[in-house]
Write a new protein. Structure first.
Length: 161
């Protein structure tokens, strides 16, 4: 049998619980807005200075693939800007390890393309692909290029300039 909680418990605890829930919702909303506003195909991690010991944690492909695909899905569901949504799927391709994962990313890019245009998605992603290739991330850039190809897009020389 549960003990009687009494009015003392409810008058002191419920306001704190409600305030905590409201703060959590506000914090999640602010985080989502920040991610959308500052999202780029290059990734936020490349622009935020991180301690040396933390940086390797940002390169765990399995985890990062799930994060970026999850954000791409969320952004698509809430109607976030095309560039932010495409960037998350594109970053998912960067961390994809299997053909199945690349196909999933390609399907996400196709969904983004359907609510905007092929040219708009290519314009958002191709400069980052060119930059990754120049910086020597050829293997990862090849995965991203493959995902674009599977989605019916490509970065020709004029698109990456």
């Amino acid at each position: 049998m549960l003990p009687h909680l009494g009015s003392r418990w409810s008058t002191r605890r419920w306001p704190r619980i409600a305030l905590g829930a409201v703060l959590a919702v506000v914090l999640m909303g602010c985080t989502a807005a920040f991610l959308v506003a500052h999202d780029s195909p290059r990734g936020l991690v490349n622009f935020v200075p991180l301690p040396r010991g933390v940086r390797p944690l940002t390169q765990v492909d399995g985890l990062n693939y799930r994060i970026h695909v999850g954000l791409g899905t969320l952004f698509e569901d809430v109607g976030a800007p095309t560039s932010a949504t495409a960037a998350e799927w594109f970053k998912g391709a960067y961390h994809a390890r299997t053909e199945s994962q690349l196909a999933h990313v390609a399907n996400g890019l196709i969904a983004v393309q359907q609510r905007s245009s092929r040219a708009e998605v290519e314009a958002a992603l191709c400069p980052a692909l060119r930059s990754a290739t120049v910086e020597g991330n050829v293997g990862r850039a090849a995965r991203q290029a493959e995902a674009l190809r599977m989605a019916g897009m490509a970065c020709d020389a004029s698109a990456t300039q």
